[in-house]
Write a protein that binds this ligand. Structure first.
Ligand SMILES: Cc1ncc(COP(=O)(O)O)c(C=O)c1O
Length: 370
């Protein structure tokens, strides 16, 4: 295997494996020796524990976060010809899920917190609008009180893209518990991750939960009854077993991520050339974010990224170029804040196995440039 050349990689997933290897190999052996592969007790246990953790009535494990959004949209009744409102400052999966349903994505601009600007929502609503998809990017909840009130007023459903926000809260309510459905990803880069692809749909609604359960398994209610056509988007039982194990350790993982983010915040507070992301929240604050990414902004982003690469620090410009600026995607919207933010963003390394020395090195290197 290629050795990682970075002194501070953006993330090093091999470190998690070496820490967990003995436990995870035991889990894999236990599941495989008993041939518990598809929709077995580990999937059910994960669904129960995730629902408890997220303060929702139901959690349904699916194949990945993209399917979780698509299934959420399907159960919200999205059909060809409908419009679904979301943002361009997100991973392409959010918009692809809308397109997958045959609907038209309508993109609104974001605020300086990287999240949907609720003040722009109302003007984007038309008689064809069916659903709003707020994206809780970087583990921070969108302004759900305003978005929810507008959606209610116009009879729209909300499907939350909570792919990056497992455990984030706003006013004590968890991401994924505000709308008709919430969609999570367990991709290896996420705060709660499996060893491959995985996802979760959350809902408070019994009927929606039953429908998602059927849809993820070819529309089958049981072994003999097929209610309608669905898809194959079952979470592998092995991945569920790994997720159950990691869910038990989630609090310490989140605490380590948060402590790194707090150090960055304190160190860069008086750095004139850098715009900091929102603070992840002190005890008692309305927002309690999970730090799924630490994204700074710099007018001099490309030079800063080159400088950090020269210091052995790997960074990414998520999400640049902005999706609506890619001609091949045909998303013709004017989104000035998205555009300027996407030209400035730089995601710094933040992962639980990062050492204090690596955090120091990132801080020193950023300050040295700025
Ligand atoms: C904001 C956002 N939405 C959707 C997804 C899609 O999730 P997945 O890769 O599990 O399909 C991701 C992650 O990759 C994401 O970051």
């Amino acid at each position: 295997m290629e050795p990682i050349k970075w002194q501070v990689p953006f993330i090093d997933l091999r470190l998690a494996w070496s820490r967990e290897k003995v436990d995870l190999l035991g889990i894999v052996d236990d599941v495989c020796a008993d041939a518990r592969f598809i929709l077995r007790q580990e999937v059910e246990a994960l669904e129960q524990r995730a629902a408890q953790r997220l303060g929702v009535k139901h959690a349904i494990a699916v194949g990945n976060g993209t399917d979780a959004i698509t299934l959420g949209l399907r159960v919200a009744g999205v059909k060809p010809g409908d419009e679904v409102i979301t943002v361009a400052h997100t991973f392409v999966a959010t918009i692809a899920s809308i397109v997958q349903c045959g609907a038209t994505p309508i993109l609104v601009d974001i605020g300086s917190d990287f999240l949907m600007d609720p003040g722009l929502l109302e003007a984007a609503i038309t008689p064809r609008t069916k659903v709003v998809v707020p994206v809780h990017l970087n583990g921070r909840c969108c302004a759900m009180e305003t978005i929810g009130a507008i959606a209610n007023r116009y009879g729209l459903q909300i499907v939350e893209d909570a792919a990056q926000a497992f455990g984030s809260t706003l006013d004590g309510k968890y991401a994924g518990s505000f709308g008709l459905a919430g969609a999570f990803s367990f991709h290896p880069m996420k705060v709660l991750s499996c060893c491959g692809d995985g996802g979760l749909v959350t809902t408070q609604n019994d009927e929606i939960a039953e429908t998602v359960k059927r849809l993820r398994n070819h529309g089958q209610r049981n072994k003999t009854e097929i209610v309608h056509f669905g898809v194959n988007s079952r979470l592998d039982n092995l991945q569920a077993a790994i997720l159950l194990y990691r869910l038990r350790k989630l609090d310490s993982i989140l605490a380590r991520r948060r402590s790194i983010a707090l150090r960055y915040h304190a160190a860069f507070a008086s750095c004139g050339n850098i715009i900091l992301p929102p603070h992840p929240g002190n005890p008692g604050d309305r927002h309690q974010d999970v730090v799924s990414g630490f994204v700074i902004r710099s007018p001099d982003r490309d030079a800063l990224q080159r400088h950090l690469a020269g210091q052995g620090i790997e960074t990414f410009a998520h999400w640049w170029p902005a999706l609506h600026r890619r001609d091949n995607l045909h998303l013709d919207f004017s989104l000035p804040v998205t555009e300027s933010v996407s030209n400035q963003v730089l995601s710094l390394p933040v992962f639980p196995e990062m050492t204090d020395e690596q955090v120091d090195w990132v801080i020193r290197s950023v300050l040295h440039h700025g």
